[in-house]
Design a protein around this ligand. Structure first.
Ligand code: SIN
Ligand code: MN
Length: 200
């Protein structure tokens, strides 16, 4: 494992070895079986290119009325619990007593991307955000604390973990593109990102 710091964003390259990636992937498959992926609308009315679901007390949700956390999946069922192997990543990296309320699962199929944004739908930005990459590589762009300005990018590969904390908690970030089919973890290609957050 190597730790990179890009504008206060901590990037743990190779945090999960292949066996750990498979364990987390199996756990994600159970989450998706209980709470199927859906394609949310942005507040601007366009569907997002990623498909998503969540685990935990809260799930992240978006539609024409805006971004927010919801206590239930759009089907009306509660979100499944955050899987233990995912909680273990949080515990190891944050050493916090409190565990995350939400594990957002983003699935990037061919051509999916995520525009530059801040994670700011949570009540208290003193809690970190931990983000896990699985599957195909994704080009992760890191901006600034406010909109605009120069950005820098790094490829996130399967098993890499990013922490947005402290000065980087509200840093703009996004995923420009993925190398669809270039990874070997997901047999049909695609990229999974798990984002762990304390919500309230
Ligand atoms: C996100 O910021 O919601 C996703 C980041 C990623 O896919 O790496
Ligand atoms: Mn984000």
């Amino acid at each position: 494992m190597t730790k990179l710091i890009l504008r206060d964003v901590e990037i743990y390259k190779g945090f999960l070895d292949r066996a750990a990636q498979t364990e987390v992937l199996d756990a994600v498959r159970s989450v998706v079986a209980a709470a199927p992926l859906f394609q949310p609308d942005t507040p601007y009315g366009k569907p997002m290119s990623v498909r998503m679901t969540s685990a935990g007390r809260y799930g992240w949700f978006s539609d024409r009325s805006g971004y927010r956390y919801a206590e239930r999946h759009p089907s009306g069922t509660e979100w499944p619990p955050v899987p233990q192997p995912v909680l273990d990543i949080w515990d190891t990296l944050t050493r916090l007593q409190r565990q995350p309320d939400c594990c957002l699962v983003n699935f990037y199929g061919e051509g999916a991307r995520m525009g530059l944004h801040q994670d700011r739908d949570e009540a208290d930005y003193s809690w970190p955000v931990v983000s896990v990459s699985l599957g195909d590589p994704g080009l992760f762009r890191v901006g600034n604390q406010t909109r605009g300005g120069k950005t820098e990018s790094v490829w996130l590969e399967s098993g890499d973990v990013v922490v947005l904390a402290g000065a980087a908690r509200l840093t703009y970030h996004g995923v420009d593109r993925i190398k669809f089919g270039a990874g070997s973890l997901l047999p049909k290609g695609g990229r999974i990102n798990l984002t762990l957050r304390v919500v309230d």
